[in-house]
Design a protein around this ligand. Structure first.
Ligand code: GDP
Length: 177
């Protein structure tokens, strides 16, 4: 349909934080314990948000390092970013700022539509990153923050809704130059 809006969303973050699991849960509504990623994978799903239908293309950096996607053909035309850390890994959390800085430098802009995701919240007993730290970082980079579990399907759809919201927030308003 011609009222279908295309939105390209890239999912980035350290290895093993659960990027593929998050994407697979979003696309297929399942948690696959042993999902073997190939290289990069792109997935499509249409999402209703605020009365409009969005044709989302989700790019998973499966099996590659955090930055490889920025140099790939998939990087062209990305509208929004989902930056994932695991609440059980302080190292993966520290990586978020580095990935963010890299995107900013790569895109040559000062602000990008971005959602910071603390994953694996079902593993609360192994938590290394507090919700407060997650929220604070997100505020500093002008992003939205949310905690999720791909395993127990907590806030998975929400991640992509929030990303659409971040994208729409920055989209030029009708009537403006
Ligand atoms: P990726 O390398 O970032 O794509 O991470 P994967 O999606 O391959 O997940 C890495 C590991 O974490 C796998 O063993 C997953 O089963 C596990 N995992 C992913 N998401 C969750 C989650 O929400 N909860 C738990 N407990 N484990 C998860």
């Amino acid at each position: 349909a011609e009222n279908l809006k295309k939105r390209k969303i890239a999912v980035l973050g350290s290895r093993s934080v659960g990027k593929s699991s998050l994407v697979i849960q979003f696309i297929n509504n399942e948690f696959v314990e042993s999902y073997y990623p190939t290289i990069e994978a792109t997935f499509a799903k249409s999402v209703k948000y605020k009365g409009a239908e969005y044709d989302c293309e989700v790019i998973d950096t499966a099996g590659q390092d955090e930055f490889s996607i920025l140099n790939s053909k998939h990087a062209i035309g990305i509208h929004g970013y989902v930056l994932v850390y695991s609440v059980t890994s302080k190292a993966s959390f520290d990586m978020i700022q580095i990935v963010y800085d890299k995107i900013i430098a790569f895109c040559g802009v000062t602000d990008i539509p971005c959602v910071v995701v603390g994953s694996k919240v079902d593993l609360d007993s192994s938590r290394q990153v507090s919700p407060q730290d997650g929220e604070k970082l997100a505020r500093e980079i002008n992003a939205t923050w949310v905690e999720t579990s791909a395993k127990t399907n907590v806030n998975v759809g929400k991640v992509f809704e929030l990303c659409l919201a971040e994208i729409e927030k920055r989209a030029p308003q009708t009537g403006e130059a």
